[in-house]
Design a protein around this ligand. Sequence first.
Ligand SMILES: NC(=O)C1=CN([C@@H]2O[C@H](COP(=O)(O)OP(=O)(O)OC[C@H]3O[C@@H](n4cnc5c(N)ncnc54)[C@H](O)[C@@H]3O)[C@@H](O)[C@H]2O)C=CC1
Ligand SMILES: Nc1nc(=O)c2c([nH]1)NC[C@@H]1CN(c3ccc(C(=O)N[C@@H](CCC(=O)O)C(=O)O)cc3)CN21
Length: 317
Amino acid sequence: MKITDHIKKAKDKTLFSFEIIPPVKGHQIQQLYDNIDPLMEFNPPFIDVTTSREEYVYLERDGLLDKKLTRMRPGTVGICASIKHKYDVDTVPHVLCGGFTKEETEYLLVDCHYLGIDNIMALRGDAMKDEKYFQPTKGGHAYAVDLVKQVHELNCGNYLHDTVDSDNCADFCIGVAGYPEKHLESPSLKSDLRRLKEKVDAGADYVVTQMFFDNQKYFEFVDAAKKMGITIPIIPGIKPIAVKRHLQLLPQVFRIDLPQDLIDAVDDCSSNKDVRKVGVEWAIQQSKELKAAGVPVLHYYSMGKSDNIKAIAEQLF
Ligand SMILES: NC(=O)C1=CN([C@@H]2O[C@H](COP(=O)(O)OP(=O)(O)OC[C@H]3O[C@@H](n4cnc5c(N)ncnc54)[C@H](O)[C@@H]3O)[C@@H](O)[C@H]2O)C=CC1
Ligand SMILES: Nc1nc(=O)c2c([nH]1)NC[C@@H]1CN(c3ccc(C(=O)N[C@@H](CCC(=O)O)C(=O)O)cc3)CN21
């Protein structure tokens, strides 16, 4: 079922969802299930599965270093299919521009259609680890808006190189990313919102936000988006701080600000076990306020061990 239909069906009730990252290849999918199992009692209507960029690895061969390009965490669509089958929930694969040609993306979308996947998160993707800026892949899209257009066209039976007149067209519901504190490459929040509006006009059905730790930023973003004519659901993304290092890492990687009270509380912790507790408590307070404001879904970035997401969900769902 489409995310937008889940939201409509829930009426004014706030739904619970989360996001997971595929295991490093060669590792067991059971690890993933072990972290999903405890969250299923909160009835997530959907689970997102991220896609990681390919990266360079250096292999030693006969005393020389051989540079190879490889994807460390492949399997997004397969994991979506297996989770959908095992738990009977909708799954949302993250589809990236970076690392894929348009043709590869078309085939991936066809797989999703055959697998009964109804939702696609359309993203540009980050720069590769050793690149300073995002470089479009040869034959691939440069911006998420172009990927949204491709999915939208495919929904209409318009493939890249042929049109199919069929009553069995895909009908993907399309999610896109939004940035309450603007995307790192954008010159201003307003320019970034204009880009978001372009994605909506191209066919996006809902937005999931970048993590934020100050709800005011989300509320202002939603207001500004509405003023710009964006009326689709804007789902807040929540990440509980888990280790002291997140104080530096999260602002650096995601270009978001942390409120001083949260920084002080984490600084006062003598162990990462205490930091995890502070992170959970902060996320609970954030979630309660967002739920009271009537957000459609609370979407958690789990990305690993799910004990903290469970502790939050227990207080809210
Ligand atoms: N791997 C994953 O699962 C996830 C990744 N992300 C990351 O979020 C980041 C951005 O992705 P999206 O928001 O989907 O990308 P996007 O293409 O919508 O925007 C990327 C940047 O380009 C700008 N932009 C957009 N269209 C433009 C145009 N025509 N001309 C000039 N600038 C333009 C935007 O303002 C923004 O700064 C990436 O770093 C992506 O990987 C976000 C969520 C999940
Ligand atoms: N720019 C960007 N890239 C992404 O891949 C991404 C977003 N934003 N925002 C939405 C989701 C959330 N994602 C993530 C990815 C990693 C962590 C995370 O906490 N990672 C490390 C710290 C960061 C690092 O070392 O690179 C961790 O400690 O778990 C959280 C959310 C993936 N998505």
